[in-house]
Design a protein around this ligand. Structure first.
Ligand code: ACM
Ligand code: ZN
Length: 492
């Protein structure tokens, strides 16, 4: 039996109020001068807000003294982040310590990745995550909505996507594989899973909830791979026309969208049309990772497209698709982002590269002039074990342990020459849900490690201090538990 009984983190801590140190903020503000004294609770809600064009975007100055409380800002996000800081400054008696803070983020992209495909985690948990993100000044939710194992977004023009594509015949039985470097092992539970998906009305509600917290949602429609659930709904989208069901097991299907079939390209354009209507943010993720080319090699349509356009083989065909959808989205005023595999097919300079197989893809992309989001598997994949002494939610161990301390060492510009730093938009933490069954497990995996990544993305590296962060993040964990009932893992 684990020392951390599932679900108990919330129950225990509800009995004890969090202890708030005077200045105990995550992410650490970039400049703090602590004063002597505190503003009493009676006057602490009189906040004066002053527009000041010299304050950087998303930044703020916050002054608390005997005269009261003043926020200087240049945009609405700055006011919001000043308020998030204030929430963390207020003492349990409602007084606010005298302080002067000058603050602004290091990076524009401070992201959390949310996978609803392998297991459907759902709206309530997602909204709690948005609350927790706001408190940690995280501003991008990258929402993984389509997969081999399930299609999770309603598309009005293609109703079979959610009718057939959101139900799989079974799932792998839960297994515990803790041996480092172990191989995956799957046995069917023979239990249908689904239908699980978000309606367009639910998506609008979530987008609005995020926007109210200055969080932009980046939806992901995977192409050309991770597409079996779509092909199950519309078999003509694949190379062979075979009828499939969404995959019951984990891993990567060889059946991907046919790159030579104009109808498949048109289908993806139509899907992106609806996606762009639903998500007002400026970026759409078009996947691009782990797209096996076995079917394309045998497919007359794919081979004809390669020959007609003089493309460099199957990688060239994927490159053509990346460029096509980057341009398609650009015509709608959006930027495309793809996983780092898209570099193998010469994506053009406008596609943002999301570097996941390590920092190498991002280093290469910045050197060739692409913008980059860094999310290297170590330490940014929070489905990796976190190294707790006795972790009830650790089922699988591929040999990587991403501790809180390792997450705190994340530096998105490591290895990038100074003159290319402007290409690094920021970074994000990811959780994939093959081994995450529900919301409380999700929360345990991402919090408080996501707070460590948040500080790496907000705070100047020279301000960071692991021991001090460890002290502050223990309080942040209590805030997450108390304010939002998040099942955050302990800080050991
Ligand atoms: C990925 O983890 N396949 C992007
Ligand atoms: Zn094909």
């Amino acid at each position: 039996m684990s020392k951390y009984v599932k679900g108990v983190a919330v129950a225990i801590s509800c009995a004890a109020m969090p202890v708030l140190a005077a200045v105990n903020i995550v992410p650490l503000p970039n400049k703090i001068i602590e004063g002597e004294g505190a503003l009493p609770a009676e006057t602490a809600h009189n906040v004066k807000k002053v527009y000041d064009a010299t304050v950087p975007g998303e930044g703020y100055r916050l002054k608390v003294d005997a005269n009261g409380l003043e926020i200087a800002y240049s945009d609405a996000a700055g006011v919001f982040y000043a308020e998030q800081t204030l929430m963390q400054l207020v003492a349990p008696d409602g007084s606010v310590p005298y302080v002067e803070i000058e603050d602004a983020p290091q990076f524009k992209w401070r992201g959390v990745h949310w996978d609803d495909c392998r297991h459907f985690i759902g709206k309530e948990a997602l909204m709690k995550c948005l609350d927790a993100m706001a408190l940690n000044k995280l501003n991008i939710l990258h929402w993984h909505l389509t997969e081999d194992q399930g299609w999770r977004i309603e598309i009005k023009k293609y109703p079979e996507l959610t009718k057939k594509g959101s139900v799989r015949p079974a799932s792998p039985k839960p297994v515990v594989l803790k041996t480092p470097g172990c191989k995956d092992y799957w046995e069917s539970n023979n239990t249908p899973y689904g239908p699980y998906f978000y309606t367009q009305e639910e998506i609008k509600e979530i987008v609005a909830y995020a926007a109210a917290r200055h969080i932009t949602i980046v939806p992901e429609i995977e192409l050309p791979g991770h597409a079996l659930a779509a092909i199950a709904a519309y078999p003509e989208l694949g190379c062979t026309g075979e009828q499939f069901e969404p995959w019951w097991r984990w891993g990567v299907s060889e059946h991907i969208f046919c790159g030579g079939n104009d109808a498949a390209i048109k289908f993806l354009e139509d899907v992106l049309d609806e996606v762009c209507e639903l998500f007002p943010g400026p970026v759409v993720h078009i996947g691009g990772d782990e797209a096996p080319k076995a079917m394309w090699k045998k497919c007359p349509k794919c081979q004809k497209r390669i020959a007609d356009l003089g493309l460099a083989g199957e990688e060239g065909l994927q490159g053509w698709m990346t460029r096509h959808f980057t341009q398609y989205l650009a015509a709608k005023g959006k930027r495309a982002i793809g996983w780092d595999e898209v570099l193998d097919g010469d994506p053009g300079k406008d596609t943002i590269i999301m570097s996941w197989r390590g920092p190498g893809g991002g280093i290469k992309a910045a050197a060739r002039g692409n913008d980059v989001v860094m999310t290297p598997v170590n330490p940014c994949y929070l489905d990796n074990p976190q190294g707790l002494e006795d972790d009830p939610y650790e089922y699988i161990n591929y040999g990587f342990i991403d501790t809180l301390e390792l997450c705190y060492g994340f530096n998105p510009v490591a290895g990038i020459p100074e003159e290319q730093h402007s290409h690094i938009l920021g970074g994000q933490g990811n959780n994939w849900t093959e081994y995450t069954w529900n919301a409380s497990e999700y929360e345990w995996k991402i919090w408080p490690r996501m707070s460590a990544i948040a500080e790496c993305l907000w705070t100047k590296p020279e301000r960071k201090d692991w021991q001090d962060f460890k002290r502050r993040v223990a309080t942040m964990r209590k805030r997450l538990i108390h304010l939002y009932h998040i099942n955050a893992a302990p800080v050991e």
